[in-house]
Design a protein around this ligand. Structure first.
Ligand SMILES: [Zn+2]
Length: 502
Protein backbone atom coordinates (compact mmCIF):
# COMPACT_ATOMS: atom_id res chain seq x y z
CA UNK A 1 0.00 0.00 0.00
CA UNK A 2 1.47 3.31 -0.94
CA UNK A 3 1.80 6.31 1.29
CA UNK A 4 -1.11 8.16 -0.30
CA UNK A 5 -3.44 5.28 0.38
CA UNK A 6 -2.13 5.02 3.90
CA UNK A 7 -2.77 8.68 4.47
CA UNK A 8 -6.28 8.38 3.12
CA UNK A 9 -6.97 5.42 5.36
CA UNK A 10 -5.72 7.41 8.29
CA UNK A 11 -8.21 10.10 7.43
CA UNK A 12 -11.01 7.57 7.49
CA UNK A 13 -10.32 6.47 11.00
CA UNK A 14 -10.39 9.92 12.43
CA UNK A 15 -13.89 10.93 13.29
CA UNK A 16 -15.02 13.05 16.16
CA UNK A 17 -17.69 12.23 18.63
CA UNK A 18 -18.80 15.75 19.42
CA UNK A 19 -22.15 15.22 17.79
CA UNK A 20 -23.13 13.47 21.01
CA UNK A 21 -22.18 16.41 23.16
CA UNK A 22 -24.08 18.49 20.64
CA UNK A 23 -27.25 16.50 21.31
CA UNK A 24 -26.80 17.05 25.02
CA UNK A 25 -26.45 20.76 24.48
CA UNK A 26 -29.54 21.04 22.37
CA UNK A 27 -31.91 19.05 24.47
CA UNK A 28 -31.97 21.28 27.59
CA UNK A 29 -32.30 24.33 25.38
CA UNK A 30 -35.41 22.92 23.82
CA UNK A 31 -36.82 21.78 27.12
CA UNK A 32 -36.83 25.30 28.51
CA UNK A 33 -40.41 26.53 28.73
CA UNK A 34 -41.85 23.63 26.74
CA UNK A 35 -43.93 20.68 27.80
CA UNK A 36 -42.43 17.21 27.47
CA UNK A 37 -44.96 16.23 24.78
CA UNK A 38 -44.08 19.28 22.73
CA UNK A 39 -40.39 18.46 22.86
CA UNK A 40 -40.97 14.94 21.62
CA UNK A 41 -42.64 16.23 18.47
CA UNK A 42 -39.81 18.58 17.55
CA UNK A 43 -36.71 17.24 15.84
CA UNK A 44 -33.79 18.92 17.62
CA UNK A 45 -31.29 18.38 14.81
CA UNK A 46 -30.14 21.48 12.95
CA UNK A 47 -31.32 22.39 9.49
CA UNK A 48 -28.44 22.92 7.09
CA UNK A 49 -28.04 25.32 4.18
CA UNK A 50 -25.05 24.69 1.89
CA UNK A 51 -24.42 27.40 -0.70
CA UNK A 52 -21.76 27.03 -3.40
CA UNK A 53 -20.83 30.16 -5.32
CA UNK A 54 -19.44 28.75 -8.55
CA UNK A 55 -15.96 29.94 -9.59
CA UNK A 56 -15.44 32.07 -6.45
CA UNK A 57 -11.74 32.36 -5.67
CA UNK A 58 -10.89 33.03 -2.05
CA UNK A 59 -9.54 36.54 -2.53
CA UNK A 60 -12.75 37.70 -4.22
CA UNK A 61 -14.38 37.60 -0.76
CA UNK A 62 -13.74 40.58 1.54
CA UNK A 63 -13.02 38.27 4.48
CA UNK A 64 -10.20 36.79 2.42
CA UNK A 65 -8.74 40.04 1.11
CA UNK A 66 -11.10 41.65 -1.43
CA UNK A 67 -11.95 45.29 -0.78
CA UNK A 68 -14.55 45.85 1.92
CA UNK A 69 -18.12 45.65 0.76
CA UNK A 70 -17.52 43.19 -2.08
CA UNK A 71 -19.33 40.31 -0.37
CA UNK A 72 -21.36 41.58 2.63
CA UNK A 73 -23.49 38.45 2.96
CA UNK A 74 -20.50 36.11 2.91
CA UNK A 75 -18.68 38.38 5.38
CA UNK A 76 -21.64 38.50 7.78
CA UNK A 77 -21.57 34.70 7.98
CA UNK A 78 -17.81 34.83 8.47
CA UNK A 79 -17.88 37.40 11.25
CA UNK A 80 -20.08 35.26 13.49
CA UNK A 81 -18.90 31.88 12.27
CA UNK A 82 -15.85 29.79 11.50
CA UNK A 83 -13.59 30.96 8.71
CA UNK A 84 -11.37 28.39 7.02
CA UNK A 85 -8.37 30.35 5.75
CA UNK A 86 -6.86 27.41 3.91
CA UNK A 87 -9.70 25.58 2.21
CA UNK A 88 -8.93 23.80 -1.05
CA UNK A 89 -10.95 22.41 -3.91
CA UNK A 90 -10.06 18.95 -5.21
CA UNK A 91 -10.20 20.04 -8.85
CA UNK A 92 -10.27 23.23 -10.94
CA UNK A 93 -13.73 22.66 -12.34
CA UNK A 94 -17.37 22.10 -11.50
CA UNK A 95 -18.10 18.41 -11.87
CA UNK A 96 -15.28 16.78 -9.86
CA UNK A 97 -15.49 19.43 -7.13
CA UNK A 98 -19.24 19.06 -6.67
CA UNK A 99 -18.78 15.29 -6.70
CA UNK A 100 -16.43 15.62 -3.70
CA UNK A 101 -18.69 18.11 -1.96
CA UNK A 102 -21.71 15.85 -2.32
CA UNK A 103 -20.10 12.44 -1.66
CA UNK A 104 -17.30 13.10 0.86
CA UNK A 105 -14.85 11.37 -1.50
CA UNK A 106 -11.70 12.81 -3.03
CA UNK A 107 -11.35 12.92 -6.82
CA UNK A 108 -9.17 9.82 -6.67
CA UNK A 109 -12.10 7.96 -5.08
CA UNK A 110 -15.18 9.18 -6.99
CA UNK A 111 -13.34 9.36 -10.32
CA UNK A 112 -15.43 12.20 -11.75
CA UNK A 113 -13.41 14.28 -14.19
CA UNK A 114 -10.74 11.62 -14.59
CA UNK A 115 -10.04 9.80 -17.85
CA UNK A 116 -13.32 10.83 -19.40
CA UNK A 117 -15.73 10.13 -16.56
CA UNK A 118 -18.10 13.02 -16.02
CA UNK A 119 -21.16 11.69 -14.20
CA UNK A 120 -21.51 10.49 -10.61
CA UNK A 121 -21.46 6.70 -10.55
CA UNK A 122 -24.91 5.43 -9.60
CA UNK A 123 -23.51 3.24 -6.82
CA UNK A 124 -22.03 6.19 -4.91
CA UNK A 125 -24.23 7.34 -2.04
CA UNK A 126 -24.69 11.10 -1.90
CA UNK A 127 -24.84 13.35 1.12
CA UNK A 128 -28.45 14.16 0.29
CA UNK A 129 -29.28 10.47 0.19
CA UNK A 130 -27.67 9.83 3.56
CA UNK A 131 -29.52 12.77 5.12
CA UNK A 132 -32.82 11.73 3.55
CA UNK A 133 -32.33 8.25 5.03
CA UNK A 134 -31.78 9.93 8.41
CA UNK A 135 -35.10 11.77 8.15
CA UNK A 136 -34.04 15.10 6.68
CA UNK A 137 -36.08 16.91 4.08
CA UNK A 138 -33.67 17.45 1.19
CA UNK A 139 -33.81 19.96 -1.65
CA UNK A 140 -31.29 21.18 -4.22
CA UNK A 141 -31.34 24.23 -6.52
CA UNK A 142 -28.69 24.91 -9.13
CA UNK A 143 -28.03 27.77 -11.50
CA UNK A 144 -25.23 25.71 -13.06
CA UNK A 145 -26.90 23.43 -15.62
CA UNK A 146 -24.19 20.79 -15.16
CA UNK A 147 -25.18 20.27 -11.53
CA UNK A 148 -28.37 18.46 -12.39
CA UNK A 149 -29.75 15.12 -13.48
CA UNK A 150 -27.50 15.35 -16.57
CA UNK A 151 -24.61 14.08 -14.44
CA UNK A 152 -26.41 12.38 -11.55
CA UNK A 153 -26.27 15.22 -9.04
CA UNK A 154 -29.97 15.22 -8.23
CA UNK A 155 -29.54 11.84 -6.49
CA UNK A 156 -30.95 11.82 -2.97
CA UNK A 157 -32.75 15.15 -3.18
CA UNK A 158 -36.51 14.90 -2.69
CA UNK A 159 -36.78 18.03 -4.74
CA UNK A 160 -34.22 19.29 -7.25
CA UNK A 161 -34.40 22.12 -9.78
CA UNK A 162 -31.63 23.27 -12.12
CA UNK A 163 -31.49 25.99 -14.72
CA UNK A 164 -31.48 24.64 -18.27
CA UNK A 165 -28.54 25.11 -20.62
CA UNK A 166 -30.71 27.24 -22.92
CA UNK A 167 -31.66 29.52 -20.04
CA UNK A 168 -28.05 29.85 -18.97
CA UNK A 169 -27.02 30.83 -22.49
CA UNK A 170 -29.87 33.30 -22.90
CA UNK A 171 -28.97 34.82 -19.57
CA UNK A 172 -25.49 35.61 -20.89
CA UNK A 173 -26.98 37.78 -23.63
CA UNK A 174 -29.97 39.14 -21.72
CA UNK A 175 -29.33 39.27 -17.98
CA UNK A 176 -32.51 38.69 -16.04
CA UNK A 177 -34.22 36.93 -18.95
CA UNK A 178 -34.10 33.45 -17.46
CA UNK A 179 -37.40 32.10 -16.16
CA UNK A 180 -35.38 30.14 -13.58
CA UNK A 181 -35.19 32.35 -10.50
CA UNK A 182 -33.29 30.58 -7.75
CA UNK A 183 -34.67 32.88 -5.04
CA UNK A 184 -38.20 31.99 -6.08
CA UNK A 185 -37.30 28.31 -6.13
CA UNK A 186 -35.91 28.38 -2.59
CA UNK A 187 -38.80 30.54 -1.35
CA UNK A 188 -41.36 28.12 -2.81
CA UNK A 189 -39.63 25.23 -1.06
CA UNK A 190 -39.53 27.14 2.23
CA UNK A 191 -43.20 28.09 2.05
CA UNK A 192 -44.29 24.48 1.79
CA UNK A 193 -41.62 22.79 3.82
CA UNK A 194 -42.30 19.94 6.21
CA UNK A 195 -41.97 21.47 9.67
CA UNK A 196 -41.71 18.08 11.34
CA UNK A 197 -38.29 17.48 9.82
CA UNK A 198 -35.04 19.46 9.67
CA UNK A 199 -34.00 20.38 6.14
CA UNK A 200 -30.87 20.13 4.06
CA UNK A 201 -30.84 22.64 1.22
CA UNK A 202 -28.04 22.77 -1.35
CA UNK A 203 -27.73 25.78 -3.66
CA UNK A 204 -25.34 26.52 -6.55
CA UNK A 205 -25.07 30.19 -7.62
CA UNK A 206 -23.45 30.67 -11.02
CA UNK A 207 -22.90 34.39 -11.68
CA UNK A 208 -19.07 34.52 -11.37
CA UNK A 209 -18.59 31.78 -13.97
CA UNK A 210 -17.45 32.92 -17.42
CA UNK A 211 -18.56 34.76 -19.44
CA UNK A 212 -18.70 37.70 -17.03
CA UNK A 213 -21.55 40.13 -17.59
CA UNK A 214 -21.20 43.72 -18.72
CA UNK A 215 -23.61 45.33 -16.26
CA UNK A 216 -25.11 48.79 -16.54
CA UNK A 217 -23.73 49.56 -13.12
CA UNK A 218 -20.57 48.00 -11.77
CA UNK A 219 -18.86 49.64 -8.82
CA UNK A 220 -15.77 47.50 -9.33
CA UNK A 221 -14.83 49.34 -12.51
CA UNK A 222 -13.26 52.78 -12.63
CA UNK A 223 -16.00 55.32 -13.40
CA UNK A 224 -14.23 56.50 -16.54
CA UNK A 225 -13.91 52.99 -17.94
CA UNK A 226 -16.42 51.62 -20.38
CA UNK A 227 -16.04 47.86 -20.17
CA UNK A 228 -17.98 47.47 -23.41
CA UNK A 229 -15.30 49.44 -25.27
CA UNK A 230 -12.65 46.91 -24.34
CA UNK A 231 -14.63 43.71 -23.96
CA UNK A 232 -17.75 42.90 -25.94
CA UNK A 233 -19.99 40.05 -24.84
CA UNK A 234 -18.47 37.93 -27.61
CA UNK A 235 -14.94 38.79 -26.44
CA UNK A 236 -15.89 37.66 -22.97
CA UNK A 237 -17.18 34.35 -24.26
CA UNK A 238 -13.79 33.82 -25.86
CA UNK A 239 -11.74 35.06 -22.91
CA UNK A 240 -10.59 31.49 -22.19
CA UNK A 241 -8.55 31.71 -25.41
CA UNK A 242 -6.57 34.71 -24.15
CA UNK A 243 -3.92 32.72 -22.31
CA UNK A 244 -0.12 32.52 -22.55
CA UNK A 245 1.13 34.81 -25.33
CA UNK A 246 -2.41 36.11 -25.93
CA UNK A 247 -2.71 37.34 -22.33
CA UNK A 248 -4.74 40.58 -22.07
CA UNK A 249 -2.93 43.79 -21.14
CA UNK A 250 -2.81 44.87 -17.48
CA UNK A 251 -5.57 47.38 -18.21
CA UNK A 252 -7.77 44.74 -19.84
CA UNK A 253 -7.13 42.29 -16.99
CA UNK A 254 -8.17 44.91 -14.46
CA UNK A 255 -11.44 45.41 -16.29
CA UNK A 256 -11.98 41.69 -16.64
CA UNK A 257 -11.48 41.30 -12.90
CA UNK A 258 -13.87 44.19 -12.24
CA UNK A 259 -16.53 42.48 -14.34
CA UNK A 260 -15.94 39.26 -12.41
CA UNK A 261 -16.32 41.05 -9.06
CA UNK A 262 -19.61 42.51 -10.31
CA UNK A 263 -20.78 38.94 -10.84
CA UNK A 264 -19.44 37.89 -7.44
CA UNK A 265 -21.43 40.69 -5.79
CA UNK A 266 -24.57 39.53 -7.61
CA UNK A 267 -24.18 36.00 -6.25
CA UNK A 268 -23.37 37.34 -2.79
CA UNK A 269 -26.64 39.29 -2.77
CA UNK A 270 -28.47 36.09 -3.66
CA UNK A 271 -26.63 34.29 -0.83
CA UNK A 272 -27.97 36.92 1.60
CA UNK A 273 -31.54 36.54 0.39
CA UNK A 274 -31.41 32.74 0.41
CA UNK A 275 -29.95 32.72 3.90
CA UNK A 276 -32.77 34.98 5.11
CA UNK A 277 -35.38 32.66 3.57
CA UNK A 278 -33.74 29.61 5.15
CA UNK A 279 -33.55 31.34 8.52
CA UNK A 280 -37.23 32.13 8.43
CA UNK A 281 -38.01 28.57 7.34
CA UNK A 282 -35.97 27.12 10.20
CA UNK A 283 -37.84 29.31 12.72
CA UNK A 284 -36.72 28.62 16.27
CA UNK A 285 -34.77 25.53 15.29
CA UNK A 286 -31.01 25.74 14.77
CA UNK A 287 -29.77 26.52 11.27
CA UNK A 288 -26.20 25.93 10.14
CA UNK A 289 -25.19 27.87 7.03
CA UNK A 290 -22.13 26.95 4.96
CA UNK A 291 -20.88 29.11 2.12
CA UNK A 292 -18.07 28.02 -0.18
CA UNK A 293 -17.02 27.61 -3.82
CA UNK A 294 -16.34 24.69 -6.15
CA UNK A 295 -13.10 26.20 -7.52
CA UNK A 296 -11.52 29.56 -8.23
CA UNK A 297 -10.42 31.39 -11.36
CA UNK A 298 -7.17 32.60 -12.94
CA UNK A 299 -6.68 36.29 -13.72
CA UNK A 300 -3.30 36.20 -15.39
CA UNK A 301 -1.35 34.27 -12.75
CA UNK A 302 0.93 31.78 -14.50
CA UNK A 303 -0.31 33.33 -17.77
CA UNK A 304 -3.74 31.72 -17.40
CA UNK A 305 -7.37 32.83 -17.39
CA UNK A 306 -10.56 30.94 -16.52
CA UNK A 307 -10.16 27.55 -14.78
CA UNK A 308 -8.57 25.08 -17.15
CA UNK A 309 -5.12 23.50 -17.48
CA UNK A 310 -4.20 24.20 -13.86
CA UNK A 311 -4.10 22.87 -10.30
CA UNK A 312 -2.52 26.10 -9.04
CA UNK A 313 -3.61 28.27 -6.11
CA UNK A 314 -5.97 30.62 -8.03
CA UNK A 315 -8.20 27.67 -8.96
CA UNK A 316 -7.84 25.52 -5.83
CA UNK A 317 -7.84 28.04 -2.95
CA UNK A 318 -11.48 28.67 -2.10
CA UNK A 319 -13.39 30.45 0.67
CA UNK A 320 -15.25 28.34 3.24
CA UNK A 321 -17.26 29.62 6.20
CA UNK A 322 -19.63 27.86 8.56
CA UNK A 323 -22.11 29.81 10.64
CA UNK A 324 -24.49 28.73 13.36
CA UNK A 325 -23.06 25.56 14.91
CA UNK A 326 -24.76 25.71 18.32
CA UNK A 327 -22.44 26.63 21.19
CA UNK A 328 -19.37 26.85 18.96
CA UNK A 329 -17.74 30.28 19.09
CA UNK A 330 -16.53 32.20 16.05
CA UNK A 331 -13.02 31.24 14.99
CA UNK A 332 -10.46 31.49 12.26
CA UNK A 333 -8.90 28.17 11.29
CA UNK A 334 -5.51 28.04 9.59
CA UNK A 335 -5.40 24.27 9.22
CA UNK A 336 -5.67 23.04 5.65
CA UNK A 337 -9.09 21.56 4.85
CA UNK A 338 -10.71 20.22 1.69
CA UNK A 339 -14.13 20.41 0.11
CA UNK A 340 -14.63 16.69 0.71
CA UNK A 341 -14.49 17.39 4.47
CA UNK A 342 -17.86 19.17 4.24
CA UNK A 343 -20.07 16.04 4.09
CA UNK A 344 -18.33 14.54 7.14
CA UNK A 345 -19.16 17.69 9.12
CA UNK A 346 -22.74 17.80 7.87
CA UNK A 347 -23.34 14.17 8.85
CA UNK A 348 -21.74 14.84 12.23
CA UNK A 349 -24.15 17.72 12.90
CA UNK A 350 -27.05 15.56 11.77
CA UNK A 351 -26.06 12.79 14.18
CA UNK A 352 -25.36 10.38 11.34
CA UNK A 353 -22.36 8.09 11.57
CA UNK A 354 -19.57 9.04 9.18
CA UNK A 355 -19.12 6.24 6.63
CA UNK A 356 -15.73 4.55 6.81
CA UNK A 357 -15.15 5.02 3.08
CA UNK A 358 -15.18 8.82 3.34
CA UNK A 359 -11.99 10.61 2.30
CA UNK A 360 -13.07 13.70 4.21
CA UNK A 361 -13.42 14.07 7.94
CA UNK A 362 -15.18 16.69 10.05
CA UNK A 363 -13.87 20.21 9.72
CA UNK A 364 -11.91 21.33 12.79
CA UNK A 365 -13.78 23.90 14.85
CA UNK A 366 -10.76 25.06 16.82
CA UNK A 367 -7.37 25.88 15.39
CA UNK A 368 -5.60 23.81 18.02
CA UNK A 369 -6.82 20.47 16.69
CA UNK A 370 -3.42 18.93 16.08
CA UNK A 371 -4.02 15.95 13.89
CA UNK A 372 -4.52 17.37 10.40
CA UNK A 373 -1.00 18.35 9.35
CA UNK A 374 -0.32 14.79 8.23
CA UNK A 375 -3.24 14.72 5.81
CA UNK A 376 -2.60 14.66 2.08
CA UNK A 377 -4.96 16.78 0.05
CA UNK A 378 -5.33 15.51 -3.49
CA UNK A 379 -6.40 17.55 -6.51
CA UNK A 380 -6.53 16.26 -10.05
CA UNK A 381 -6.82 17.83 -13.48
CA UNK A 382 -7.26 15.25 -16.19
CA UNK A 383 -6.60 16.55 -19.66
CA UNK A 384 -8.61 13.64 -21.02
CA UNK A 385 -11.74 14.99 -19.38
CA UNK A 386 -13.37 16.34 -22.49
CA UNK A 387 -13.65 13.48 -24.86
CA UNK A 388 -16.05 12.56 -27.57
CA UNK A 389 -17.33 9.06 -28.07
CA UNK A 390 -16.78 7.73 -31.52
CA UNK A 391 -19.52 5.12 -31.85
CA UNK A 392 -18.11 3.24 -28.91
CA UNK A 393 -14.83 2.68 -30.72
CA UNK A 394 -11.70 4.35 -29.42
CA UNK A 395 -12.04 7.86 -28.15
CA UNK A 396 -11.46 10.98 -30.13
CA UNK A 397 -10.43 13.76 -27.86
CA UNK A 398 -13.53 15.77 -27.46
CA UNK A 399 -13.03 19.27 -28.79
CA UNK A 400 -9.33 18.59 -28.98
CA UNK A 401 -9.16 21.35 -31.56
CA UNK A 402 -10.76 23.90 -29.24
CA UNK A 403 -8.63 22.86 -26.28
CA UNK A 404 -5.48 23.02 -28.34
CA UNK A 405 -6.42 26.28 -29.99
CA UNK A 406 -6.66 27.83 -26.53
CA UNK A 407 -3.14 26.56 -25.80
CA UNK A 408 -1.62 27.21 -29.19
CA UNK A 409 0.28 30.27 -27.99
CA UNK A 410 1.64 28.56 -24.90
CA UNK A 411 5.17 27.32 -24.35
CA UNK A 412 6.71 24.48 -22.42
CA UNK A 413 7.30 26.78 -19.43
CA UNK A 414 3.54 27.38 -19.24
CA UNK A 415 2.99 23.69 -18.45
CA UNK A 416 -0.57 23.56 -19.77
CA UNK A 417 -0.61 20.19 -21.56
CA UNK A 418 -1.40 16.84 -20.05
CA UNK A 419 -2.65 15.53 -16.72
CA UNK A 420 -1.77 17.14 -13.40
CA UNK A 421 -1.93 16.03 -9.78
CA UNK A 422 -1.53 18.37 -6.79
CA UNK A 423 -0.51 16.67 -3.55
CA UNK A 424 -0.53 18.90 -0.49
CA UNK A 425 1.27 17.52 2.55
CA UNK A 426 1.22 20.64 4.68
CA UNK A 427 3.05 22.95 4.34
CA UNK A 428 4.30 21.59 1.01
CA UNK A 429 2.37 21.33 -2.21
CA UNK A 430 3.74 19.25 -5.02
CA UNK A 431 2.43 19.63 -8.56
CA UNK A 432 3.06 16.56 -10.69
CA UNK A 433 2.76 17.04 -14.43
CA UNK A 434 2.42 14.33 -17.02
CA UNK A 435 4.63 16.29 -19.41
CA UNK A 436 6.87 18.57 -17.32
CA UNK A 437 9.13 18.44 -14.26
CA UNK A 438 7.30 18.57 -10.92
CA UNK A 439 7.08 21.80 -8.90
CA UNK A 440 7.19 22.15 -5.12
CA UNK A 441 5.91 25.08 -3.06
CA UNK A 442 5.92 25.87 0.65
CA UNK A 443 2.40 27.22 1.14
CA UNK A 444 3.17 28.54 4.62
CA UNK A 445 5.15 31.47 3.17
CA UNK A 446 4.40 31.18 -0.55
CA UNK A 447 0.63 30.78 -0.92
CA UNK A 448 0.72 32.23 -4.43
CA UNK A 449 3.12 29.46 -5.52
CA UNK A 450 5.84 31.65 -6.99
CA UNK A 451 9.05 29.97 -5.75
CA UNK A 452 9.52 26.45 -7.05
CA UNK A 453 11.56 24.47 -4.49
CA UNK A 454 11.52 21.09 -6.25
CA UNK A 455 15.26 21.06 -6.94
CA UNK A 456 16.27 22.92 -3.79
CA UNK A 457 14.43 20.52 -1.50
CA UNK A 458 14.82 17.05 -3.05
CA UNK A 459 14.28 15.38 0.33
CA UNK A 460 10.74 16.82 0.28
CA UNK A 461 9.95 16.69 -3.43
CA UNK A 462 11.34 13.16 -4.00
CA UNK A 463 8.87 11.19 -1.85
CA UNK A 464 5.99 13.41 -2.94
CA UNK A 465 6.82 12.85 -6.61
CA UNK A 466 6.88 9.09 -6.04
CA UNK A 467 3.49 9.19 -4.34
CA UNK A 468 1.99 11.44 -7.01
CA UNK A 469 3.30 9.17 -9.77
CA UNK A 470 1.84 6.12 -8.06
CA UNK A 471 -1.49 7.87 -7.66
CA UNK A 472 -1.47 8.95 -11.31
CA UNK A 473 -0.82 5.35 -12.37
CA UNK A 474 -3.62 4.03 -10.17
CA UNK A 475 -6.03 6.57 -11.60
CA UNK A 476 -5.15 5.77 -15.20
CA UNK A 477 -3.83 9.26 -15.81
CA UNK A 478 -1.38 9.81 -18.63
CA UNK A 479 -2.92 6.79 -20.32
CA UNK A 480 -4.26 7.46 -23.83
CA UNK A 481 -5.98 4.07 -23.89
CA UNK A 482 -8.00 4.63 -20.75
CA UNK A 483 -11.67 3.75 -20.76
CA UNK A 484 -13.85 6.68 -21.71
CA UNK A 485 -17.40 7.15 -20.60
CA UNK A 486 -19.92 8.11 -23.24
CA UNK A 487 -21.90 11.16 -22.11
CA UNK A 488 -25.53 11.44 -23.18
CA UNK A 489 -26.45 13.81 -26.01
CA UNK A 490 -28.01 16.19 -23.48
CA UNK A 491 -24.87 16.13 -21.34
CA UNK A 492 -22.72 16.91 -24.37
CA UNK A 493 -25.01 19.81 -25.27
CA UNK A 494 -24.71 21.16 -21.73
CA UNK A 495 -20.92 21.01 -21.83
CA UNK A 496 -20.92 22.76 -25.18
CA UNK A 497 -23.33 25.41 -23.93
CA UNK A 498 -21.03 26.27 -21.06
CA UNK A 499 -17.96 26.52 -23.25
CA UNK A 500 -16.13 23.43 -22.00
CA UNK A 501 -16.55 21.90 -25.41
CA UNK A 502 -17.12 23.26 -28.89
ZN1 LIG B 1 -17.75 25.45 -11.27
Amino acid sequence: MNRVTLQLNKRRRKTTSWRWSFALILTPALLGGCSAERVESVDPRPSILLVVIDTLRADAVSTYGAIDGTTPAFDALASGGIVYRRAYAPSPWTLPSHASLLTGLGPDRHGVGIAGRMGLRAELATLAERLADAGYQTAGFSENPLISNLFGFEKGFEQFAARSVEDAMNEENNPGSSPFDIIDEVAAFAAKRDRERPFFVFVNLFDPHTPYLIREENRFLDPDVSAGDLWTTDDLKNAAYRICDRMPSAEELKILHGLYLGDVAESDAKLGRIEAIAREAAGEAPLIVMATADHGEHFGEHRLLSHEFSVRAPVLHIPLVVHGIPDVPAAEIDLAVALEDVPASVLDWAGVEIPPEFSGRPLPIRDSVPDRSDVDLVAVYSDATLQEPSNGEGHLTFSEDAQNLKRSNCWSRDRVYGDMVALTRWPFKLIWFENYPAELYDLSWDPAERSDLAELRPEVSGPLIEDAQRLARELGLANPNGKVETPSDAALEALKGLGYVE
